[in-house]
Design a protein around this ligand. Structure first.
Ligand code: AMP
Ligand code: ZN
Length: 119
């Protein structure tokens, strides 16, 4: 069924607790944890607890949960005190854009200067 946990999915295993992560926030529908290979002083991933392969697919199927991910990304930025300096929410979609984990996730990056356009 759509959204069901996938046995071969790294982020489903973080949701279930099978794989540890440094969790910084949790809501009824989302988990936020530090990226294992941080690209900025603040680098947190916000994921839905349900499994969808990417953010747009999640939004099409469960728009409220996609909104929850965005709200929680903003809350992470506030917790990390990067709102005033600015931060970026990134939704890599497809391997050509650098997506390596096919469970929807938002990167929250901040705490340093961020180039535009991104590479
Ligand atoms: P993406 O490349 O957009 O699919 O993002 C996947 C992110 O997950 C990368 O930034 C990885 O560093 C991160 N990552 C992979 N494994 C883990 C893990 N076990 N805990 C935390 N972050 C992870
Ligand atoms: Zn998953």
């Amino acid at each position: 069924m759509a959204g069901e946990p996938q046995s071969d999915c790294l982020f489903c295993k973080i949701v279930s607790g099978e794989i540890p992560a440094t969790i910084v926030r949790e809501s009824e529908t989302t988990v936020a944890f530090r990226d294992i290979n941080p690209q900025a002083p603040t680098h947190v991933l916000v994921i839905p607890k349900v499994h969808y392969p990417d953010a747009a697919t999640l939004a099409a199927a469960e728009p409220q949960i996609a909104a929850d991910v965005l709200r929680e990304a903003g809350a992470v930025a506030a917790d990390e005190k990067v709102v005033d300096s600015g931060y970026r929410i990134i939704l890599n979609t497809g391997s050509g854009a650098g997506q390596t984990v096919f469970h929807a996730h938002a990167h929250v990056l901040g705490g340093r200067g961020l180039q535009w356009p991104p590479g």
